[in-house]
Design a protein around this ligand. Structure first.
Ligand SMILES: Cc1ncc(COP(=O)(O)O)c(C=O)c1O
Length: 474
């Protein structure tokens, strides 16, 4: 990819030139934690600045700004459906807080049918596992030793059981593995089931369509804060039929058209599913981010990320004692999410050393996908129980996990080279790293024995500037 193109992309993101403290002095922040949350796009924050003077409440007032905001919100909803290739007559969309809220809503609103089950998978984020477990009879499709979804097991389960819904991630937040969602959609529909795709990790990297390859997705969910729009909005898009029956999980203002002492009448869709004042700013930001991706050649951004992922994977293999999880990007399609461990170092210590020595942001632990991480680590049942007992006692320091590097289109090969240099230093100086860092037994987090105090300075300034809170009183 041309340097000028990458530089242009980088210029579109807020905060990339922000220096942050490390034990070796200030350094540019390298954000390899994009799977958790991405930094904002300038275009998004600029569009919000433009909107704010016109912003007012939705569905509530008759003033010009209120009417303007209500209409804008409606248009944005339709734009999001259309961006995903959906027909606004066939799909409805609800703005929610995030993917988690979207999946909880879906699990609440999907009717429970006697004898039928929900099929989730063993590679899901807890948000696409727990809501189903607690409200429906749920079974989980197996994954291979390497973490790939076992399609044979999926089909067997579809054939033998009465499956109401298959719910799975478009891409894993642990291995980045991309699931063949359209093949699975076809399979699910063939056996009379619906399909829900958790696109929280897929949509930031690839254009997703509600209808493709002669098939369709029944439900799709994702979060704004993972697509450069951190303004508290996510989406649940779906076929409307299930939302026309029963009662939403959340009721109140906006969800009804009549209320008397004894009765109430639910509003038509989508209003009945969005209780309280909607988050226009969040919805607007999310839609603007999608628009930016579309206008900036989303397939090109995806191709660049794929190239970067292959490079990172290849380079990581050169670090002595580094264990990678999941198949290589050459062997299986994956988004830029790569997990590893350095033999002999706790994952938390590796992550801390990357942050404090190199200014590199990663995540470590189980990434809210414990069953999958335990499986990839090859933990036995008794080990899992042992670690669960430790966690329940609040002993976080020895818990199993991994380190995760997650990429976005604004990352560069140079940043990956810096990651490799820092990792090599860590891998070759394990004893020094172990003695230079201390663990907080309560939180399980590591910090350097000296130099760590500089990290609190920014927070101190912010608190004093905005809230007049003195650091010592905080
Ligand atoms: C695959 C997947 N699903 C769901 C979620 C939950 O997203 P949110 O925290 O925005 O609700 C995440 C978050 O990391 C995720 O990676």
């Amino acid at each position: 990819m041309k340097a000028a193109t990458i530089n242009f992309w980088r210029s579109q993101i807020i905060g990339l030139d922000q220096l942050i403290p490390t034990v070796h002095g200030n350094r540019p922040y390298i954000n390899f934690d994009n799977a958790a949350t991405t930094p904002p796009l300038k275009a998004v924050s600029q569009a919000i600045e433009e909107l704010l003077p016109w912003y007012s409440s939705i569905h509530r007032g008759f003033g010009f700004k209120s009417q303007f905001s209500t209409d804008l919100y409606r248009q944005i909803r339709n734009y999001v459906i259309r961006f995903l290739g959906g027909d606004t007559k066939e799909y409805t969309a609800f703005f929610v807080k995030n993917t988690t809220e979207a999946l909880n809503k879906l699990s609440y609103r999907l009717p429970r049918k006697a004898g039928s089950i929900i099929l989730s998978t063993k590679m899901e984020h807890h948000s696409n596992d727990l809501p189903w477990r607690v409200r429906h009879r749920t079974e989980f499709v197996r994954v291979t030793k390497d973490g790939i979804l076992d399609l044979e097991d999926l089909e067997n389960k579809l054939r033998r059981k009465q499956v109401a819904l298959v719910t799975l991630c478009g891409a894993s937040n642990v291995t980045g593995l991309i699931n063949p969602i359209y093949t699975i959609a076809e399979m699910a529909h063939y056996y009379g089931a619906q399909i829900a795709v958790d696109a929280a990790q897929l949509l930031p990297h690839h254009r997703v369509f509600l209808e493709k390859s002669g098939t369709y997705l029944d439900f799709l969910v994702f979060s704004g804060h993972k697509i450069y729009a951190p303004y508290g909005s996510g989406v649940l898009i779906g076929r409307p039929s299930i939302f026309l029956k029963g009662c939403p999980e959340s009721l109140g203002g906006g969800t009804v058209i009549t209320v008397s002492e004894k009765n109430f009448t639910l509003a038509p869709l989508p209003d009945r599913e969005e209780a309280g004042t909607p988050n226009l700013i969040g919805a607007f930001a999310l839609a603007k981010a999608l628009k930016w991706l579309e206008e900036n050649d989303f397939p090109l951004l995806s191709a660049y990320e794929e190239e970067l992922t292959a490079y990172a994977f290849q380079e990581l293999q050169k670090i002595p004692g580094l264990i990678l999880y999941g198949p290589s990007p050459g062997a299986h399609r994956r988004v830029g999410v790569i997990t590893f461990n350095i033999t002999g170092l706790p994952h938390g210590l590796t992550a801390a050393a990357l942050a404090y020595e190199g200014g590199i942001a990663v995540r470590h632990g189980c990434f809210c996908a414990r069953p999958y991480v335990h499986h990839l680590l090859g933990l036995r049942e008794e080990e899992i129980l042992y670690y669960e007992a430790l966690a329940k006692k609040g002993q976080k320091k020895d818990l199993p996990g991994m380190v995760r590097v997650s990429l976005a289109f604004f990352n560069t090969r140079q940043e990956i080279d810096w990651l490799m240099k820092t990792l090599l230093y860590i891998a070759e100086n394990k004893d020094k790293i172990r003695t230079d860092y201390q663990i907080n037994e309560e939180t399980g987090e590591y910090s350097p024995l000296s130099g760590g105090e500089t990290f609190t300075r920014k927070l101190q300034t912010l608190l004093e500037e905005h809230f007049h809170i003195e650091w010592r009183n905080a």
